[in-house]
Write a protein that binds this ligand. Sequence first.
Ligand code: DCP
Ligand code: MG
Length: 413
Amino acid sequence: MSDGGRPRVPSEERIVLHVDMDCFYASCERRREPELQNKPVVVGMGYEAGESHGAVATASYEAREHDVESAQAISQALERLSRAENTDDSAEPAGHYRPVDMAYYESVSEEVKAVLHEVADTVRAVSIDEAYLDVSDRLGWEGAPVFARNLKARIHEAAGVPASIGVAPNMSTAKIASDYDKPDGLVVVAPDEVRSFLAPLATETLHGVGPVTARELRSMGIETAGELAEADRHRLVERFGSRGGTVHDHARGHDDRVVEPVGNPKSLSNESAFTEATDSFDHIRDRLVALAEEVTTRTSQRSVLYKTIGIKVVTPPFDVHTRSRSLSGPVDDPPLVERIALDLIEEFEGRPIRKLGVRVSNLSFVEADQSSLDDWERSAAEPNDPGGASPQPDGGPTTENECDRQASVFEFL
Ligand code: DCP
Ligand code: MG
């Protein structure tokens, strides 16, 4: 498969983003319970309401102010928050405790990743709440701050959770940058700022330096990344083996790792919100056509075929409706996407709409001969086609119509 013609960019000119969601599980809980906003929230693994067993998976920043942190016993978190809130005379524990709900956090994570795939072709998700993006092929350094700011806003708008973003010419510096000003952080480190950005940081901040290595480095008189950068490389390699060379490189802002996309997306989508909910159907149809075009531009560029075409409609206050239609064979057929999207929106005529999306899924990334509906119809008519089925975009017998009301419909391998 082609990589969309992405040019190889010299490493010092790469623009790498590291996106890390803020207190992710707690933010997910806040998304479905907005009254938890600005309050100390503790999400506990093995926690049950009214009990004190289990361990802290994450805590909101309000709880962290009172030294509640990941991996702590819930009993300790309860004690610290109660002490901080001085609720000795109250039977209620201070703070808000919720048990871990992985299925829900994963669905929110998929929504975040859908946004990332919308804005970049090169996305590597490294955990449920963390991903690297390489956007060197679509912008220059002067555009990076606005791009990152818009991405933060877009994640918040589409998935309802806050992110911190670091931008740098390589992965290790971008990760440090995303952590530098959490929560709600945005730190851009341009190529000529990398050394001065890293210099004052403790060596432990660097990827590959754990507490033990940091202690050994201290014994060598090296406390900061700047001192590590200036240190004699041979001495580091002698002491730490090849890892000594790697951390020396990271301290100097060198990291040649390439953001390798993991797996292929399961769907491609574009979404767009109206400034205010509208029921102007002309307006809605125009927006839908534009979204369909954006999606099919991406599928054509990436040689992607799709079998399912769908729309997402958000009506006030925040109700998410999805509708989709599946063909009997994969196609890359932009006019068909537009036609089906317009067809699916019909039932919403007259209703106010806040937000719209167009999505194609059931993707095939192999080069195929049959990339248009006509090809499939021709093939379907051939006698060796077992089912003789042909895609019927207008709802014929071989077309499945799916109606689901799930908020999260974007999944990735
Ligand atoms: N997690 C966990 N146990 C840990 C660390 C993390 O269960 N010891 C879970 C809960 C976190 C999620 O993984 O919400 C993401 O991990 P992060 O390290 O990114 O932590 P947060 O997103 O919670 O906080 P931050 O704002 O520091 O990124
Ligand atoms: Mg996080």
